[in-house]
Design a protein around this ligand. Structure first.
Ligand code: GLU
Length: 403
């Protein structure tokens, strides 16, 4: 989305104003380093195609850059810049020793074979290999990339550097030094945030609608259902399904696995737009940015919007929601379980440790719930929205370190 970075900048500008630190606007909005690469990839039919990719290191005040690599046809530099800035803020909010970075390749991964995706990943790794590294900038999975993608990066990077270097990425397969719990940690982290909010706001057995059933949405749904929450609607890129009594998630996952979409379930169908407008306790956008805008914000009837995706609500959309009395829990808090899990993985790699799933999840729970409480406290103290409170906490941590 071309104006996504403008939206993030607007939010930063407003947060800086609240704490009277507007002089740091440039520092927080001009990325430290931007790389654009055009690189050739061998296709299955013998031809060569040129792809465009980006890696943006937004800020490294708190540590090496950290952030995923996204494969999507709509990837563009502005989007990657926005996502890199959100990573700096997310890492600061969770008190992780990382700066923010992000990468992306303009590609429709659904049109490529497994071999072509491998060739693309290896070629992109070669193109950015001098700009990533375990102590400089550490990629991870994001939209349409996964542990398999990370293993190709480790292999290619290690070959180039002449040394097996698993800590160059996180979100790796377990046998390459990945951490148990990392794959589920974004979804589970968002559930921990939700639990903390339920406690603060006195909500019991909430109803939930989830837009997007990728790695985040799927695990969020599963962990929420295990905790007596009623998931009434889910969707994927082809459309959604709705059952006010609660969906049979095992059946939903089975149908999605076998047919490619939840719309093939024998349940009432709804569109992605209709899902956003359901009357539920928690609306969980878990897909892409710019879903709740000034066009549809007036029709949103959820009590709380829990931003599991990065940037799903535009500033104009959020202003309307807040005016209507809805609460918006921001992305840099809600989906920070991913990068927090990445930190645990990186830490284990560096210290040669192997944590159990229990230890991983209990550390994750502590960090997520603490950050959620801090956001609520700052919101009350400063009389601002949850997003502004989260941004203020993040910005202050970065500025304190600079001092
Ligand atoms: N892609 C995830 C995010 O947007 C995780 C990044 C990471 O683990 O470095 O937060």
């Amino acid at each position: 989305m071309a104006n996504f970075y403008e939206e993030v900048k607007t939010e930063l500008k407003e947060a800086l104003k609240v704490i009277d630190k507007s002089q740091y606007y440039d520092l927080l909005t001009k990325p430290k380093q931007i790389i654009t690469v055009n690189f050739p990839v061998k296709m299955d039919d013998g031809s060569t195609r040129i792809f465009t990719g980006y890696r943006v290191l937004h800020n490294s005040t708190l540590g090496p850059g950290k952030g995923g690599i996204r494969y999507h046809f709509a990837v563009c530099l502005e989007e990657v810049e926005a996502l890199a800035a959100l990573m700096s803020l997310k890492c600061a909010l969770l008190d992780l020793p990382f700066g923010g970075a992000k990468g992306g390749v303009e590609v429709n991964p659904k049109e490529l074979s497994e071999k072509e995706l491998e060739n693309l990943t290896r070629a992109f790794t070669r193109a950015i290999c001098n700009n990533i590294g375990p102590d400089t900038d550490i990629p991870a999975p994001d939209v349409y990339t996964n542990a398999q993608t990370m293993s190709w990066i480790v292999d290619e990077y290690s070959k180039i550097k002449g040394k097996f270097t698993p800590a160059v990425v996180t979100g790796k397969p377990l046998d390459l030094g990945g951490a148990v719990g990392r794959n589920e940690s974004t979804g589970l982290g968002a559930v921990y945030v939700m639990e903390e909010i339920m406690q603060i706001e006195g909500i019991n057995k909430p109803t939930i609608a989830i837009q997007g059933l990728g790695n985040v949405g799927k695990h969020f749904a599963k962990f929420a259902a295990e905790r007596a929450c009623r998931v009434v609607a889910v969707s994927d890129s082809k459309g959604g399904i709705y059952n006010p009594k609660g969906l049979d998630l095992d059946e939903v996952f089975r149908v999605k696995e076998e047919t490619g979409s939840v719309v093939n379930c024998e349940v009432e169908k709804i569109t992605n737009e209709e899902l956003l407008e359901l009357e539920v306790d928690f609306l969980v956008p878990a897909a892409l940015e710019d879903q709740i805008t000034k066009k549809n914000a007036n029709k949103i009837k959820a009590r709380i919007v829990l931003e599991a995706a990065n940037g799903p609500t535009t500033p104009e959309g959020e202003a309307i929601l807040i005016k209507k009395g809805l609460r918006v829990i921001p992305d840099i808090l809600v989906n920070a379980g991913g990068v927090t899990g990445s930190y645990f993985e990186w830490y284990q790699n560096k210290h040669n440790e192997k944590w159990t799933l229990e230890k991983f999840n209990s550390e994750l729970e502590k960090k997520m719930k603490k950050a959620a409480r801090e956001v609520y406290e700052t919101r009350l103290e400063r009389k601002v929205s949850c997003r502004k409170a989260a941004l203020i906490l993040s910005i202050q941590r970065i500025l304190d370190k600079i001092k």
